[in-house]
Ligand binder design. Structure first.
Ligand code: GLC
Length: 675
């Protein structure tokens, strides 16, 4: 008998038991009717599953720590993200977990947000597509996901009660759009509501968010789970259609009973929520029949390395200082203990316990030896010590001055980028900035490798170094991946999925973040990230979609068919990308749309499609991207729905949001125009 057929056999009390977690990680079983408990576990880039050791203390299972969300986003590779999702699904399955609590997809409104390392992008179309791939990957292995944190949880400061004040265009076009794309494409088993309020109402109690938008507009068919402790009034949350409060909260059951007695909630609302829980339990029971019970840890370690490699983003490479060329480099000075003790994830509930964390140093030594390069290493900064006390500075700087190339490994770590608090600066710690300056004074051929989860303000030192490699938080095997890029074993292909501003003062949220008196006003509206910088013509350190390669790519032959688009008529945009350099490489071609005669505020450009192509030297491939009618739409508040204005639009194809290679004007016909 299907679980949902058991609804009529459940007593009211049993239905209420299903609506509140049994403990931190599991739901209540109803043994009488053969309804099992199901288990959920963090997190987005690795299974964090707690267990009780023989001595009674708490332990966490050893799991693969994959690159975190911002690193996966830098791959711009949905099939790869799906592969990582499938591997995570297998690890969850082997750990007896029914729902993995990821992906985390909140839009990067400010680079200061402590959890940006978990999140994908400032752009909802990129984030939504990657989230859909992740969900499809995990759920293909019989394990559910929890798309989180719904919605507008874009800062950690005061997250438990801050009220986000955002206009409906910003919500629909930016903060909700990522959830819409992922729900429509992948139907996650659950969506996790966030802690914060929206317009003064907790997300857990917002029928606008949970029912009107998520279920009726987006077509979500699953269960809404609360973030841990995000329910303040269980009956109100039920009335807003939240089915699953986590974790267990003793008073909730009684509160529901009392509200039912007082007629504040109806039996129909209880039945609807209980039916949702029975559907979720059915999905878990069905999933258990097709799950693995073990997985290949080495294969997952290798996949984590492949993903980390595709995330590595070459931000700067003056005079082709990279890759290391044995013809030019006989002496290589490596500085910074991040080379040996890498920082590869952030702090908080997503933190993965792994026994396989690897730095770059071992692989660097191996590659240097093969290439006949003499490598010296000076740990210098000890990021885990209380201070950034610098040990061995003199010797290190002598080594730098004598080297043909110096590579500094720097970054942040879980103490600076974490759940529960935001960063107070996007600059590196002063001690680290000083070391970069000192090294660059000793040797113009200085390269900096940054291990961090989100944009860094490099203004203090960027002009003093020749190269910057952004490793992101690359997971347990990100270290060797970076070494392969430095020595040219691999050609970097990562692209930023977030803008790198010149300074935090330039960011659109700077004036209003983190808010005052319990409210934070998203006054910048839809102008988030590159939508702001490009519309206002602001300079940035590195633009959205930026990433260099050891080869070069040429774009040609842009064609758009048909020449004019209308409702129900997709545009096919085709062009050729050629590898005009001397080594194989991957390019992410990006397609942006711009309204040339906007009747309402529209960003200068908006990403609408992209493709990653792998090309041998001299090889060229045709890229074909489809633009549906909604690629031209904006949210019209008067209509309360999406609207496309008839008129001329510019299509822009490029290697980044500011490296546009091809353009074409197209006409778009609307289904409904205004005078
Ligand atoms: C935390 C996080 C959420 C996580 C949950 C369970 O507060 O916000 O992402 O999945 O609680 O640990």
């Amino acid at each position: 008998m299907a679980m949902t057929d058991k609804l009529s056999q459940l007593t009211m009390d049993e239905k209420l038991l299903l609506l509140v977690g049994r403990d931190n990680w599991t739901t209540e079983p109803i043994e009488r009717l053969g309804i099992p408990s199901i288990r959920v576990s963090d997190g987005p880039h690795g299974l964090r599953k707690e267990y009780v050791k023989e001595d009674g203390s708490a332990g966490t299972v050893d799991s693969t720590c994959f690159p975190t969300g911002s690193a996966l986003a830098a791959t711009w590779n949905p099939p790869l993200v799906r592969e990582v999702g499938a591997a995570l699904g297998d690890e969850a399955a082997a750990g007896g977990v029914d729902v993995l609590l990821g992906p985390a997809v909140n839009i990067k409104r400010t680079p200061l947000c402590g959890r940006n390392f978990e999140y994908y992008s400032e752009d909802p179309w990129l984030a939504g597509e990657l989230a859909a791939s992740y969900i499809q990957g995990v759920q293909s292995r019989g394990v559910g996901t929890s798309l989180k944190h719904y919605a507008a949880n874009n800062q950690e400061f005061d997250r438990g009660q801050v009220s986000v004040e955002a206009d409906e265009r910003a919500l629909r076009e930016i903060y909700l759009k990522v959830f819409e794309i992922a729900v429509r494409a992948a139907q996650p088993w659950t969506v996790m509501c966030s802690y914060n309020r929206l317009d003064g109402i907790y997300a857990s109690e917002s029928s606008f968010l949970l029912d009107r938008v998520l279920r009726r507009d987006f077509g979500f068919e699953g269960v809404v789970m609360s973030d841990w402790g995000a329910v303040h009034d269980r009956p109100r949350a039920l009335a807003a259609s939240l089915e699953m409060e986590m974790p267990h909260r003793r008073e909730s059951h009684a509160a529901l009973e009392a509200a039912l007695r007082r007629g504040e909630i109806s039996e129909g609302e209880v039945n609807r929520a209980a039916a949702g829980m029975l559907r979720l339990i059915q999905q878990a029971v069905d999933g258990r029949t097709r799950r693995v019970t073990s997985y290949d840890r080495d294969a997952h370690h290798a996949l984590a390395r492949r993903a980390a490699l595709e995330a590595v983003t070459l931000l700067k490479n003056d005079d082709e200082v990279l890759p290391v060329s044995p013809a030019k480099v006989k002496r290589l000075a490596v500085l910074g203990s991040f080379a040996e003790q890498p920082s590869f994830q952030g702090g908080g509930s997503s933190h993965v316990f792994t026994t396989r964390g690897e730095g770059s140093l071992g692989r660097l030594r191996e590659l240097a030896a093969k290439a006949g390069v003499r490598l010296t290493y000076h740990p210098l900064i000890r990021p885990r010590s209380a201070s950034t006390a610098v040990e061995g500075m003199h010797d290190a700087l002598v080594a730098v001055s004598e080297a043909d190339l110096a590579v500094l490994f720097v970054g942040t770590d879980h103490r600076l980028e974490s759940e529960e608090f935001d960063r107070t600066t996007i600059r590196l710690p002063p001690g680290i900035e000083r070391v970069i300056e000192l090294a660059a004074e000793q040797n113009p051929n200085t390269v900096v490798v940054v291990q961090a989860g989100s944009a860094i303000d490099m203004s203090a030192w960027i002009d003093k170094v020749k190269g910057v490699v952004f490793a992101w938080f690359g997971g347990e095997s990100g270290g060797p991946a970076v070494a392969d890029v430095l020595f040219g074993i691999a050609n970097p292909c990562g692209k930023t999925a977030e803008s790198f501003p010149d300074s935090i003062e330039d960011t659109p949220a700077h004036e209003t973040y983190p808010g005052t008196g319990g409210a934070t006003w998203y006054r910048e509206g839809i102008l988030v990230g590159y939508r702001y910088y490009d519309t206002d013509g602001l300079e940035v350190l590195f633009p959205f979609g930026h990433g260099l390669s050891y080869t070069t790519f040429e774009y040609s032959g842009l064609a758009v068919t048909p020449g004019e688009a209308g409702p129900g008529t997709d545009l096919v945009v085709s062009f050729r990308v050629r590898n005009s350099g001397t080594r194989a490489g991957q390019e992410v071609a990006q397609l942006y749309v711009s309204d040339l005669v906007p009747r309402v505020l529209r960003p200068a450009k908006e990403l609408r499609a992209f493709a990653k192509v792998d090309l041998a030297p001299e090889e060229s491939k045709e890229v074909r991207l489809t633009l549906r009618h909604d690629a031209f739409a904006y949210w019209n508040r008067s209509l309360g729905e999406w609207h496309v204005r008839s008129g001329d639009y510019q299509l822009l194809v490029g290697s980044s949001s500011r490296d546009i290679r091809l353009e074409r004007r197209v006409k778009v016909q609307s289904a409904r125009d205004f005078s």
